[in-house]
Ligand binder design. Structure first.
Ligand SMILES: O=C(O)c1ccccc1NCC(=O)[C@H](O)[C@H](O)COP(=O)(O)O
Length: 294
């Protein structure tokens, strides 16, 4: 999948940007492209609210990040679960009306989640960075900021709000940006979950230095269908390479049952990322505990 970028706000030094800007005249080709086009405006607004220099000054006082990768690797139960705090999505609309992110996060932690994923995108997922910061106050397990990162500023903003890990989407970022962003993630002491949708994207990521955690997303962003075969097919082709490089694999999206977890586990995923099927349950933590019981 190729996601086209829009020209940035002119106040940004264009010569410093590493991706090639194609100027699309048309409508967005898919939901990811629509989200990314909107993200340009959002990041501009954040930068206006808090310039990078001030953000970096505030970050000096931030508590150290928790080790997201170790939390997944050290969990004796496989696949380990990253449970997602998700109110709504482009594919399903509102998933949970009575949405209390803090209560859901606490419940996931009690239910056996190794880590949490917190959606922070407002327009498309009704998430918020305030949710991330509030959750950081009440749970001990590591937190992934689930957003659509196109600028280094966003990783620092996520860190300021308590994130221990950030999502980098291979379809959205050039190889050069991915490599550069991985360095920034490392400098911030965080973990990068690099997400791929195809074998071609995985091969691009495997050509970079420093990937330790790769997510295979089972959702087709053109028609929103989910198919666990995506994880199976990609891992069948590259599990040997991934294992030899000690890269942890997360299967993401469309996981509902213990059989689903066993299926992607058998394919070689040592962690899963689950949102909708847990968050829509009356007690998400209890639903998680049931899902992972022996
Ligand atoms: O969830 C969507 O509809 C979606 C649409 C466009 C881009 C990303 C999208 N989801 C982000 C995710 O990766 C999922 O929230 C996550 O993997 C959990 O998926 P699920 O268990 O199916 O809620």
């Amino acid at each position: 999948m190729e996601i086209r970028r829009r020209p940035p706000n002119p106040s940004i030094a264009v010569e410093e940007l590493r991706y090639q800007i194609k100027t699309p005249n048309s409508e967005p080709a898919n939901i990811l492209e629509e989200i990314i086009w909107h993200k340009e405006t959002e990041v501009d607004q954040l930068r206006e609210k808090l310039p990078l220099s001030e953000l970096q000054r505030k970050l000096k006082d931030a508590p150290a990040p928790k080790d997201f990768l170790a939390a997944l690797r050290n969990n004796p139960k496989k696949p380990a679960v990253i449970a997602e705090v998700k109110k709504a999505s482009p594919s399903k609309g509102v998933i949970r009306e009575d949405f209390d992110p803090v209560a859901i996060a606490k419940s996931y932690q009690s239910g056996g989640a190794s880590c949490l994923s917190v959606l922070t995108d407002t327009k498309f997922f009704q998430g918020s960075f305030q949710y991330l910061a509030q959750i950081r106050e009440v749970v001990d397990i590591p937190l992934l900021c689930k957003d659509f990162i196109i600028y280094p500023y966003q990783m620092q903003w996520a860190r300021l709000h308590g994130a221990d890990a950030v999502l980098l989407i291979a379809a959205v970022l050039s190889d050069q940006d991915l490599q550069y962003f991985l360095k920034i993630v490392k400098a911030l002491g965080m973990t990068a979950l690099i997400e791929v949708h195809t074998l071609a994207e995985l091969d691009r990521v495997l050509n970079l230095d420093g990937a330790t955690l790769i997510g295979i997303n089972n959702r087709n962003l053109k028609d929103f269908s989910v198919d666990l075969k995506t994880t199976e097919d990609i891992l069948q082709a590259r599990l040997t390479t991934l294992s030899a490089r000690n890269i942890t694999v997360v299967s993401e999206s469309g996981l509902y049952t213990a059989e689903d977890l066993a299926r992607v586990g058998k394919a070689g995923a040592s962690a899963v990322l689950i949102g909708e099927s847990l968050v829509k349950q009356p007690d998400p933590g209890q639903a998680l505990a049931q899902l992972i019981q022996d």
